[in-house]
Write a protein that binds this ligand. Structure first.
Ligand code: ADP
Ligand code: MG
Length: 609
C-alpha cells in the first residue's frame, strides 16, 4: 500500500539525516528535534486527542530528566536504561497526583492547575538544593550503553532517540486508532454524549494524562543524557509554550503531526538565524500565520491532500445497490433480539417515583411519578419547557434529582453517573445533536459498542490478540447498528458532513449499538423531512419488535398518536394526563392544559390525529 511506501521513505530520510548534516552542531539540533518531538507526541495525547488543555509539560519533562539524572550521575552508561524506565514511572506517578484531583475541573481550571504545577516544579528544581543542586544543576551524566556499544557521540545518540521516537509514534498510533483513541476524541468532541454512550469520562481522561506523563518522563531522560547536564533553566514555561506550538503546527490529534511540528519549530529558527536581526519577528509571525491558516497543522493539510488524491484515483467507491438498500433487509439483526431481555408483558422497566428536579427557583420536574413498561413505546408529550428533556437528563444521570428515586430494571439508579446508567442498558439520543463531530459515522457508533473481550491500553499498544478480537467484535456490533439505521453505506463519512436527518440517525445508531433495554429518543423527528419521518417510525416500531422499550418525546402529534402504546403528558414539570393515545386525545383537561385557550394550530393537529 501507499502508506507502507510513505513509511519506508520516512525511515530512509530519518536514517540519512546524520549523513548529510554538515557538523555536530546541526546534528545536535536534529537530536533536539527528536527529543522535543517525543515531548510533543506526549502533549498531543492529552491535548490533541482528549482535548484537555494541559500546560504543565515542562514540569513533567523536568521530573523525568531529574529522576534519570539522579540515577546515572557519575555512574556508568548501563544505568541509563533503569534510569529511563524510572523516569517514565516516576513521571507517570507525578502525573496521576496532579490529574486525579484536577481533571474533575472543567477546561480552563484544568489548564490553570497544570500551569501552576509546571511553575511549582520549576521552583522545586531550583530550591531543593540537597537533591537538585539548584542552579548548579546536575552534570557528569554518562552516555547510554548497550553491551559494548556506547551511544557516545551525537550521531549515535541521534539513532537512539530516533528509534525510541519511532516506537512511541507507532504505539500512540495504535492507541489512536483503537477504542481508546475514539473514546478520547469522543470526550473532546462531546463530553456529555461520551458519558451517556458508556465512556467512563474521568477514568479515560486519567488514562490519557498518565500515558502523556510517562512519555514526557521518557523525553526528559533522553534530554538529560543528550545534554549530559540539566538545570532548572531547561524546564521553564518556555518549554511548554514551545511544545504547544509544535503540536499546533504539526497538527493536533494525529500521530505524526507533533513530530513534524517539532522538526519545524526546532529547525526553522536555525535556518532563519541567517537574517539575525529579524529572525524572531519572522519566526513569530510564521507560527501565528500557520495556526491561523492551517488549523489542522501541516500534517492535517497533507492528510486532506492525500485523501483527495486517493479519492480521485479510486472512483466509484460504494456500489449504488448498497446505498439504496432497504434498511431492514439487513442480516444479523436477529442476533440483537436474544441479547436484550425478553419483554415480560407489562413488567415495569423504569420507575420514576416522586422525582423533583429544580434549577435554583425553577422547578423543572415537580414530584413526578412515571412507570415505563417493558416492550412498549411510551410517549412523553407536553409544551415547550414542560420538562421533557429534563426528564431524560435526570434519568440518564446528566442531572441529579433534587428529590425522589429512580429504579431501572430492579436497580436504584438515582445519582449514578451517566456511563454507569448507560451500561445498565438505559440509553438516549439528544434533542440538540451531540455527535462526535471529528469522527466518522462508523467511529461515532463504535464509541457506543461494548465487546465481550476487553483489552486494556497496554494490550492495545502491544496489538495483543484480545485487543484485535475486541476490535473485530466491536465492528460487528457497529455494523449491526449501522444497518439498523440505514447508515452502512455512509460509514466512512465524517459525521459533520452529513445532512441533519442522517445525523439524527447516527444518534439513533449510536444508542442502538449499546444493545439497550430502554432507549429514550428526545424529539428524533425534529427537523427531518416527511419521508425520513416515515422511515423513523418504522425503525421505532422495529425497536419494539426487537424487545427494546422506547420512550419517545415528540412534538409531531400524529407520529406519537400513531405509534405510542401509552402516553404521559407533562406541563410545568407536573404530570397532567396519562393513558392510551385515544384516551389522551379525548381528555379535555389535557387538551385544555396542554394547548391553552382558543383553537391553536397544535390543537387542530391533536384533534385531527
Ligand atoms: P422541554 O424539553 O419539555 O421543552 P426542558 O426539560 O428542556 O423542557 O426544560 C424545562 C425547564 O427547565 C425549562 O424552563 C428550562 O428552561 C429549564 N431548564 C432545563 N435545563 C436547565 C438547566 N440546566 N439550568 C436551568 N434551567 C434549566
Ligand atoms: Mg426538550
Amino acid at each position: 500500500m501507499h502508506k507502507r511506501l510513505l513509511i519506508g521513505i520516512a525511515i530512509i530520510v530519518l536514517l540519512a539525516v546524520p549523513l548529510v548534516l554538515p557538523n555536530s552542531y546541526t546534528i545536535r539540533i536534529a537530536n533536539m528535534a527528536l527529543i522535543f518531538g517525543l515531548l510533543a507526541v506526549s502533549l498531543n495525547i492529552i491535548l490533541g486527542y482528549a482535548g484537555q488543555i494541559a500546560l504543565g509539560h515542562a514540569g513533567l519533562f523536568g521530573i523525568g530528566a531529574y529522576t534519570a539524572a539522579l540515577i546515572t550521575t557519575g555512574g556508568s552508561g548501563y544505568l541509563f536504561w533503569p534510569a529511563f524506565i524510572a523516569a517514565g514511572f516516576v513521571t507517570g506517578i507525578a502525573g496521576l497526583i496532579i490529574c486525579v484531583p484536577t481533571l474533575r475541573l472543567k477546561g480552563h481550571y484544568f489548564a490553570l492547575a497544570t500551569l501552576g504545577f509546571g511553575e511549582i516544579m520549576r521552583h522545586i528544581f531550583f530550591n531543593w538544593q540537597e537533591v537538585t543542586h539548584g542552579m548548579d544543576g546536575i552534570g557528569n551524566l554518562p552516555k547510554p550503553s548497550v553491551g559494548f556499544f556506547e551511544f557516545s557521540n551525537d550521531v549515535r545518540f541521534y539513532y537512539l532517540s530516533g528509534v525510541i521516537l519511532a516506537v512511541v509514534v507507532l504505539l500512540t498510533h495504535r492507541i489512536a486508532r483503537s477504542k481508546y483513541g475514539r473514546m478520547f476524541t469522543a470526550i473532546r468532541d462531546a463530553e456529555m454524549a461520551a458519558g451517556t454512550s458508556g465512556v467512563e469520562v474521568p477514568r479515560l481522561k486519567i488514562t490519557a494524562f498518565y500515558i502523556s506523563a510517562v512519555l514526557a518522563g521518557f523525553a526528559g531522560a533522553l534530554y538529560a543524557h543528550q545534554i549530559a547536564f540539566i538545570s532548572p533553566d531547561s524546564f521553564t514555561f518556555e518549554v511548554t509554550a514551545q511544545v504547544l506550538s509544535m503540536a499546533l503546527i504539526g497538527g493536533l490529534g494525529t500521530a505524526v503531526g507533533p513530530v513534524i511540528g517539532a522538526v519545524t519549530v526546532t529547525v526553522l529558527p536555525e535556518l532563519l538565524r541567517v537574517s539575525k536581526a529579524y529572525y524572531q519577528l519572522i519566526y513569530g509571525a510564521g507560527i501565528a500565520a500557520m495556526v491561523i491558516f492551517l488549523p489542522g497543522g501541516v500534517w492535517g493539510l497533507f492528510k486532506t491532500r492525500w485523501a483527495t488524491w486517493q479519492g480521485a484515483r479510486e472512483p466509484g467507491g460504494e456500489p449504488l445497490a448498497e446505498a439504496t438498500a432497504s434498511p431492514f433487509d439487513a442480516h444479523s439483526l436477529a442476533g440483537t433480539v436474544g441479547r436484550t431481555s425478553k419483554p415480560q408483558a407489562g413488567a415495569v422497566l423504569l420507575e420514576v417515583n416522586n422525582v423533583t428536579c429544580s434549577f435554583g427557583g425553577l422547578v423543572a420536574l415537580d414530584n413526578l411519578t412515571v412507570a415505563i413498561r417493558q416492550g412498549t413505546i411510551h410517549g412523553l408529550i407536553g409544551p415547550n419547557g414542560a420538562g421533557k428533556s429534563t426528564f431524560i437528563n435526570v434519568v440518564t444521570g446528566i442531572y441529579k434529582p433534587t428529590a425522589g428515586n429512580l429504579r431501572f430494571d430492579g436497580a436504584e439508579i438515582g445519582g449514578l453517573r451517566s456511563w454507569k446508567i448507560a451500561k445498565l442498558g438505559l440509553v438516549r439520543t439528544f434533542q440538540n445533536l451531540r455527535l462526535f463531530n471529528t469522527l466518522t459515522v462508523m467511529d461515532n457508533v463504535l464509541v457506543g459498542c461494548r465487546a465481550e473481550h476487553k483489552s486494556g491500553w497496554i494490550g492495545v499498544m502491544l496489538d495483543s490478540k484480545t485487543a484485535r478480537k475486541e476490535e473485530v467484535e466491536l465492528r460487528q456490533i457497529a455494523e449491526e447498528a449501522l444497518r439498523f439505521a440505514g447508515l452502512w453505506h455512509l460509514r466512512n463519512q465524517l459525521v459533520r458532513t452529513l445532512p441533519h436527518g442522517q445525523q439524527r440517525l447516527v444518534e439513533l445508531a449510536r444508542a442502538f449499538a449499546m444493545r439497550p433495554k430502554l432507549i429514550m429518543l428526545d424529539e428524533p423527528a425534529a427537523g427531518i423531512n416527511p419521508a425520513e419521518v416515515e422511515q423513523l417510525i418504522k425503525r421505532i416500531m422495529h425497536l419494539r419488535d426487537l424487545g427494546i422499550t422506547v420512550l419517545l418525546i415528540e412534538h409531531n402529534m400524529p407520529l406519537v398518536m400513531r405509534i405510542a402504546d401509552h402516553i404521559t403528558v407533562l406541563n410545568f414539570g407536573r404530570k397532567i394526563g396519562e393513558g392510551t393515545p385515544a384516551g389522551i386525545r379525548d381528555d379535555p383537561e389535557v387538551i385544555q392544559a396542554y394547548l391553552g385557550h382558543g383553537k391553536t394550530k397544535k390543537e387542530k393537529t391533536l384533534a385531527a390525529a
